[in-house]
Design a protein around this ligand. Structure first.
Ligand code: IVH
Length: 674
């Protein structure tokens, strides 16, 4: 019976893995969505649940394995058997014509050119062995790069298995889409962290992470453009090679075009200089390559770059304008952000009159003053930024812009927290923060209260009808009818939407409360782990850090948050209003319906394990209904001691706690599996 169930689970896990990988391939590689999000999510959740019950059937290419592993001490070096070259640049049509002439001189036959977009990211190399992902590296200095195998494994467009069993090395660009760059910077600004200057820096910062979980959360993508080691592939041209990469399941960029003359190349360049703004990723030029490999070989290389290719760089788009004012706005967490208000100018396809200055340090560093003439550009083609001040145009009576000392809304003193670059208003009663907090609470990923927009919330707050988020649940029809432009029908709809939100699973509430550093993903993990807000609010820092994917910063922030008296009061109000505090998804503890020695037990892993990493052992124990923590206390049931275990082992001995070695742990795993 159990055996039968086990076989059925194995088959279902295989089928789900295959199907989800197919959807994912279509979405991330082919840019085609073939399944609705909720259907995908449901199948994914089914797979997660099954894999937790039957961890022995988790395959390396399961979509659940793309979430990142534990942090590394440093990167290993990788020697590129074939150096990763760079390209010489062209800045004008004339440079391009000269390139064409050199090519004609060096090749015995007529050539065609492959035009490709020059993706603004980070060069990477990927290796496949018999069709299986076998490692990834950065370019480094071209000869020696860094081993970022684990990080690239989390990038969804990097296939774990190719469509054919090829042994090849391919190269390309890893990049961050413009939209992800904007979202990431917004989040960083809100958290008082430094923002990335452009998508390339953001991609580099995300790929060169010792903790692959960070990479995994960053939404990177790839385009491959070179085959470094063809293996069994045979291609005579760049066009064929790219088509073969496509067929193998590797993502290539489809804006490419074969041109028969340098004039055609120029037309392509002009076309994409226009189209550039509408692309979802940033490009900084066009790469022109001789298409025929035989001609490439004839033309040859310099030490640094191929002579058969050139990168045409787009001129930087800049505009000149004048700073009229600096506006300070307060975010939900009290971060005070300056925005430059400028004389409107046209820049890269739109009229620009505002640019974020990010923080006061930046104003000081660039010495930006009122009425200064400045040059602006668009970071990631989208976000206007001040590049430089034209100091020579400054009038003699101008003075440095002073650091604001008080919140422009509540007038309380502004502070710098810890190492943050941001200035903060730390008055929890600051109106601006409360209003932002209300907006966040009702937003789509939080309580998702439809129709309750900023204007309505503002009125409710200004009229004193609500003072915090709990107030929403005590509103009446009369309250809504007292607002501008709200008639009975919309009052009714709003009340219904508010009431419906009471039944949300608790991760929405946890996210909606706006606890610092707790994004929607962390909220989900906390909800799943603790099962309810009541348990979460009692959690100790160690209990939270024991969760594999959450770190100390989140744990501290959560614990500090629930300690605040005003938070406790708020929770009481929410409870009074009957807002659901429970996690309504599948609970981790319920997952381990099978009997195991770890069920309900608190386990501490210490010392060096040989067969398992501490992370994998901990995952396994949790999938079997146990809990792993980092500290030995009276509450600990089992201590698994590997080699060279130290103080934790001594403490366990003192407390008389059961002590197991790795073999005993593995035996218990085996027994739970059957
Ligand atoms: S070909 C030997 N193609 O630009 C061929 N490079 O300035 C070398 N890049 O390091 C590269 N898009 O990181 C090539 N379609 C493309 C590219 C591209 C972006 C980057 C790449 C390279 C740099 C050279």
């Amino acid at each position: 019976m159990a055996e039968n169930q086990n076989q059925q689970a194995a088959a279902r896990i295989r089928a789900l893995t295959k199907q989800l990988n197919q959807y994912s391939h279509e979405y991330y590689v082919k840019d085609r969505q073939t399944v609705e999000d909720h259907v995908y999510d449901k199948l994914y959740q089914e797979l997660v649940d099954l894999e937790q019950k039957f961890p022995e059937w988790v395959s390396l290419d399961s979509p659940t394995q793309r979430v990142g592993d534990h942090a590394l001490e440093g990167f290993k070096k990788v020697i590129h058997e074939q150096p990763m070259l760079s390209l010489s640049n062209a800045f004008s049509k004339r440079d391009l014509l000269e390139f064409d002439q050199r090519v004609q001189k060096l090749s015995s036959k007529a050539v065609s050119y492959m035009c490709e977009l020059k993706i603004d990211g980070l060069a990477i190399s990927l290796k496949y062995q018999n069709g299986h992902y076998n490692g990834g590296a950065t370019r480094g200095d071209g000869t020696v790069g860094e081993d970022i195998t684990r990080n690239l494994r989390t990038v969804k467009s990097v296939p774990i298995n190719l469509q054919q069993p090829l042994t090849i090395e391919v190269r390309g660009e890893c990049y961050m889409p413009k939209a992800s760059f904007v979202a990431l910077n917004q989040l960083r600004e809100e958290n008082g962290e430094e923002v990335f200057a452009n998508p390339r820096n953001a991609a580099a910062g995300s790929l060169r992470q010792l903790d692959s979980k960070v990479t995994s959360s960053r939404n990177l993508s790839t385009f491959l453009y070179t085959v470094a080691d063809f293996g069994a592939l045979t291609a005579a041209t760049q066009a064929e090679a790219l088509d073969q990469l496509d067929a193998a399941g590797l993502r290539t960029n489809h804006e490419r075009r074969v041109c028969r003359s340098i004039e055609e190349v120029w037309t392509y360049i002009e076309e994409y200089q226009e189209k550039r703004q509408t692309l979802p990723y940033e490009i900084d030029g066009i790469v022109v390559k001789v298409n025929e490999f035989s001609s490439q070989a004839e033309i040859g290389y310099t030490v640094k770059a191929p002579k058969w290719a050139i990168a045409y760089k787009f001129p930087a788009e800049e505009a000149k304008t004048v700073i009229q004012d600096i506006e300070w706005t307060i975010g939900r967490t009290g971060v005070v952000t300056p925005t430059a208000i400028m004389t409107p100018v046209r820049l890269a396809g739109s009229t620009v009159s505002r640019a974020s200055l990010h923080n006061y340090d930046l104003i000081q560093e660039k010495d930006i003053r009122l009425l200064d003439a400045v040059m602006i550009h668009k970071a990631g083609d989208i976000i206007p930024e001040v590049t430089s001040v034209l100091i020579e145009e400054r009038s003699i009576d101008s003075a440095p812009y002073p650091m604001p000392t008080h919140c422009p809304v509540c007038q309380s003193r502004l502070v710098h927290l810890d190492e943050e670059v941001a200035l903060r208003c730390i008055n929890p009663m600051c109106k601006a923060q409360i209003k932002e907090g209300l907006n966040h609470f009702v937003s789509r990923n939080a309580m998702n209260i439809e129709g309750l927009g900023q204007k309505v919330l503002e009125q409710l707050y200004e009229k004193g009808l609500i003072k915090d988020v709990a107030g929403l649940y005590f509103l009446t029809e009369t309250d809504f009818l007292s607002l501008d432009k709200i008639k009975e029908k919309s009052a009714h709809n709003l009340l219904q939407a508010i009431a419906a939100s009471k039944n949300n699973s608790v991760e929405r509430l946890i996210f909606g409360l706006g606890i610092r550093h707790v994004g929607s993903k962390a909220a989900k993990i906390l909800a799943e782990y603790f099962g309810s807000l009541r348990s979460l609010k009692k959690a100790a820092v160690e209990e939270i850090t024991a969760i594999d994917s959450l770190g100390g910063i989140i744990a501290d922030s959560v614990v500090q948050y629930f300690k605040k008296p005003e938070v406790q009061e708020l929770l009481q109000e929410l409870e009074k209003a009957d807002v659901n505090f429970e996690y309504l998804g599948v609970k981790k503890s319920e997952i381990a319906a099978i009997e195991s020695a770890f069920k309900g037990k608190t386990v501490v892993l210490t010392g060096k394990l040989t067969e398992y990493t501490r992370e994998s052992a901990s995952e396994k124990i949790e999938s079997l209904g146990g809990k792993t923590t980092g500290t030995v206390s009276k509450k600990t049931d089992i201590v698994v001691a590997g080699k060279e275990a130290g103080s934790k082992l001594t403490k366990a001995q003192k407390l008389g706690i059961a002590i197991w070695n790795e073999q005993q742990m593995m035996k218990a795993f085996k027994e739970s599996d059957s």
